[in-house]
Design a protein around this ligand. Structure first.
Ligand code: IPM
Ligand code: MN
Length: 348
């Protein structure tokens, strides 16, 4: 029987609570394959105690896994960016996880804040580039500390970096049972360097004559997400724009409690996580929804080659959402995190 080695990084705040529910569900779908879980303590607590973020030895162990589930990172006791750069970006860049795959899928109409829109209108896949843009590289300063100071952060887009994410997006559009369309989201009308995305897109699109080409500026994309989300199928975009539009995407699919994503290198170890953060104020209270983490676990199974088990998880989450047993997916639902996990297990 095939056994997959799965890393579990609980992280900070509510991360460990939601990751535990994802593991609980994963344990129940081992049908014809097995999962072997290994815990990794990459967290603010550890950093504050020992100064360690991701020691090289543990990074090498992660690199040998089949995949990872990550709860959440972020803690108000650490300066902004320390954990993000030291842990999240170490994994994203270090493992070359160039795809940040974020489905925006409305599972049931009652979750949607947009009047008149239902599951048939909101079903898209955002392919966010995950290794370049203003996220990579150092900041530079001129005349630091003076009134003439200038801070400079370069947004970097390599041809290869654009090519691999755009090709990935076209492949997804071909695989999906959707509108067979790939929308390139950029700001080529204002940011000059974005014209490379247009050129690479045109080149890649030649290999996909069956897929419709589409372009939208990022500001207009935000408008369409709310006005006509049914316009979209697969979207491909820069790291920064992908970050921003997927928070909006999470809201139109029901909120941060449901939105999942994967940091992916096709065929290699990848890291799956709920899009929400560590929500420190809810830490230990068992108030938040584990559904995003559970859906991330489903994506993980798809990634390692177990699409049937992945589909079972997604179907169980849909069943729970459609039942009246779960009144909402925000922290006010009144149903503890582990009980929601049990509901998903029961619905499998
Ligand atoms: C995300 C998060 C991260 C990002 C933060 C925590 C650095 O917002 O995964 O969307 O910007 O990529
Ligand atoms: Mn984000």
């Amino acid at each position: 029987m095939k056994t997959y080695k799965i890393g579990v990084i609980g992280g900070d705040g509510i991360g460990p609570e939601v990751a535990a529910e994802a593991v609980k569900v994963l344990k129940r779908v081992q049908d014809g394959f097995a999962l072997d879980f290994v815990n990794f303590d990459f967290s603010a607590d550890r950093y504050l105690k020992s100064g360690e973020l991701v020691p090289d030895k543990e990074f090498d162990e992660v690199a040998k896994l089949d995949s990872c589930i990550l709860g959440a990172l972020g803690d108000p006791r650490c300066a902004p960016g320390v954990l993000e750069r030291g842990i999240l970006f170490r994994l994203r860049f270090g493992l070359d996880l160039f795809v940040n795959l974020r489905p925006v899928k409305l599972y049931t109409e009652k979750l949607c804040p947009i009047k008149g829109k239902g599951p048939k209108d909101i079903d898209m896949l955002v392919c966010r580039e995950n290794t370049e843009d203003a996220y990579s590289g150092e900041a530079r300063y001129e005349n630091k500390g003076t009134k003439n100071e200038v801070a400079i952060q370069e947004a970097r887009y390599s041809w290869k970096g654009c090519e691999r994410i755009i090709r990935f997006a076209f492949e997804q559009a071909r695989k999906r049972n959707g509108k067979k369309k790939v929308t390139l989201v950029d700001k080529a009308n204002a940011v000059r360097a974005h014209e490379i995305w247009r050129r690479v897109y045109a080149e890649v699109a030649k290999d996909f004559p069956d897929i419709q080409q589409d372009f939208a500026y990022v500001d207009a994309t935000c408008m369409w997400f709310v006005k006509n989300p049914e316009h979209f199928d697969v979207l491909v975009t820069t790291n920064m724009f992908g970050d921003i539009i997927t928070d909006l995407g999470a809201m139109i699919q029901g909120g941060m409690g449901i939105a999942a994503g994967g940091n992916i290198h096709p065929g290699k170890v990848s890291v799956f996580e709920p899009i929400h953060g560590s929500a420190p104020k809810y830490k230990g209270l068992k108030k938040v929804s584990p559904l995003a983490a559970i859906l991330a676990a489903g994506m993980l199974l798809d990634h390692v080659g177990q699409p049937k088990a992945a589909a079972r998880i997604e179907a169980a989450v849909v069943k729970v959402l459609q039942s009246d047993a779960l009144p909402s997916i925000d922290a006010s639902s009144g149903i503890p995190t582990d009980k929601v996990g049990d509901m998903v297990v029961a619905a499998l």
